[in-house]
Write a protein that binds this ligand. Structure first.
Ligand code: ZN
Length: 140
């Protein structure tokens, strides 16, 4: 699969690393902790190849990707006990398949509505990021 030189996921560059921290490699994807942590435990599951649409995956890879998303969501659920987990695959300007896995909490930000892509208000210390990452890893 060809790398797209304009894509932060293909290039694994600082544009990506400014937004997220790698947690682990899964079956066909890499899971990241999103640095903006308004939604405690929010992650991003990034498919291994530069694929634009979910329907472009063959059945085997689609199932594997969904297993990765499931595994991530289950780990977040165990680690943080949210009221509900939201799933977001948008990528209008980023044609590299990825899914935001966003825990939502009752009576907290955007409960009952769609999550904000980047509220830009909740950032942690490096130690706090590591603590969240370790907790998620424990359940992955
Ligand atoms: Zn890409």
């Amino acid at each position: 699969m060809e790398l797209n030189k304009d894509c932060m996921y293909c290039m694994e560059d600082e544009r990506r690393d400014n937004l997220m921290i790698e947690i682990a490699k899964l079956e066909v994807s890499t899971v990241f902790l999103f640095k903006e942590q308004t939604y405690k435990g929010r992650c991003n599951v990034v498919y291994k190849d530069h694929v634009k649409e979910l329907f472009q995956l063959d059945d085997e890879n689609l199932a594997a990707y969904m297993r990765d998303v499931k595994r991530t969501a289950a780990a977040i659920d165990k680690a943080f006990q949210p009221g509900k987990i939201n799933y977001g695959a948008y990528g209008d300007t980023m044609h590299h398949l990825h899914m935001h896995v966003v825990p939502k909490y009752e009576n907290s930000d955007n409960w009952g509505s769609t999550f904000e892509m980047n509220p830009g208000k909740t950032h942690l210390t490096d130690a706090e990021y590591q603590e969240r990452i370790e907790l998620i890893k424990k359940y992955l």
